[in-house]
Design a binder for this molecule. Structure first.
Ligand code: FES
Length: 379
């Protein structure tokens, strides 16, 4: 990936503009003012004036598109003042994008692939066969487009105090968060020993090839190792052990397809390595079929005073939508936590774990929770 100097140059955060925007938003939310003019109407007017203008919504404009490989592009994004990632983002975190595709609002999470603290940030997207959003990003998006974005999130980050030896291990598009980590290590002048091991099918699929070369040329403590499955056979724990003989001593950051991640985790356990293994999964755990009988139960929304009755045993998010409500949501598969709310009372079944839970005042995700009794939600 070749980001421009502008996009990777750290700048002082524009905190004053962000604070001023928040103050104006608070003014419009004051009960006296809200009685005269609705914030949503102000937002609509601002959006008509310019798509980046908002009092409440972080937005970002596509300022550059970099072709990385035949099916991978990097989108360099310039955010508005409401995006606080310029001062808070950590390497390895992700953002949620909200896009309108064929009149439908869709959300997806993407790792930030650029250096934290830069004026612009970047996401790098591989086109997935049949993937609605990745295909749209590749085929339709152009410089100048504006997207609604979330704030940086995620705990797959390097520690403030770095260990003496690191392994950044990735496969396929899992390279994006660890690439951000590598740039961060370079920016922090990490003096320790770091191996960057990436797995993909062939050299043509190596994302960030030139950028990796450039970093390696300036960074003597870094070893870049590539494994091409088409040439060397399928990568697994044995290949890892051969490529990185001292793997047991390295704090490892792993991101890639589920199969590889599962194999590496099992290897860590089988070998009883004590060096920590951190990993990031963007693939949801498969949802289990609900064992709920599907008997109708009452769902009360305590904040809005609404109620509805469930039908069948679909998750609470779907039940609420079937009842004509529109709860906040994102991925719909249990990853992004956009739909998380407090369950004040009642029993729910978690479709990822199959567990039943009746604890009062617990956080649940509506998209993976099925009501097993009458429930009250703080919504
Ligand atoms: S919508 Fe993303 S976790 Fe529920």
């Amino acid at each position: 990936m070749t980001l421009t100097a502008t996009s990777d140059t750290p700048v002082a955060p524009n905190t004053r503009l962000g604070a001023a925007t928040q103050a104006v938003a608070a003014f419009f939310q004051h009960p006296w003012v809200a009685g005269i003019v609705r914030l949503s109407a102000v937002e609509d007017s601002l959006r008509l004036l310019h798509p980046m203008l908002s009092l409440t919504q972080p937005r970002a404009r596509v300022v550059r598109i970099v072709h990385e490989t035949a099916d991978t592009k990097t989108f360099v994004l310039q955010p508005n003042a409401l995006w606080h990632g310029r001062r808070t983002a950590l390497a390895g975190q992700y953002v949620q994008l909200q896009l309108e595709i064929n009149g439908r609002q869709v959300q997806r999470l993407y790792s930030i692939s650029s250096t934290p603290g830069a004026r612009c940030f970047a996401i790098t997207v591989k086109r997935q066969p049949g993937g609605l959003v990745s295909h749209y990003l590749h085929a339709q998006v152009k410089v100048g487009d504006v997207w609604a974005v979330g704030q940086p999130e995620g705990s797959f980050v390097l520690p403030a105090t770095l260990p003496p030896k690191l392994l950044l291990l990735s496969a396929g598009s899992g390279i994006t968060p660890v690439m951000a980590m590598l740039k961060d290590l370079q920016a922090r002048r990490y003096p320790g020993d770091v191996v960057f091991l990436h797995v993909c099918r062939n050299p043509g699929e190596l994302i960030f090839a030139k950028r990796l070369q450039a970093i390696a040329a300036q960074y003597p403590e870094l070893s870049v190792v590539t494994h091409f499955d088409d040439i060397s056979g399928r990568f697994g724990p044995e290949a890892l052990q051969l490529a990185v003989p001292d793997v047991a001593e390295r704090s490892t950051y792993l991101c890639g397809p589920s199969g590889l991640m599962d194999a590496i985790h099992q290897h860590w356990q089988a070998q009883a390595y004590t060096a920590p293994l951190h990993s990031e999964r963007f693939v949801a755990f498969p949802l289990l079929p609900s064992s709920a009988p599907g008997t109708p139960v009452n769902v009360s929304l305590a904040s809005s005073g609404t109620q509805f009755v469930t039908q069948g045993n679909a998750p609470l998010l779907v039940q609420a939508e079937n009842a004509g409500l529109n709860p906040k949501h994102g991925c719909r598969i249990g990853i992004c936590r956009s739909c998380q709310c407090t369950k004040r009372s009642g029993t729910v079944e978690n479709l990822q774990t199959g567990e039943l839970s009746s604890a009062p005042n617990e956080a649940i995700r509506l998209c993976i929770s099925v009501a097993r009794s009458d429930v009250t939600l703080l919504l």
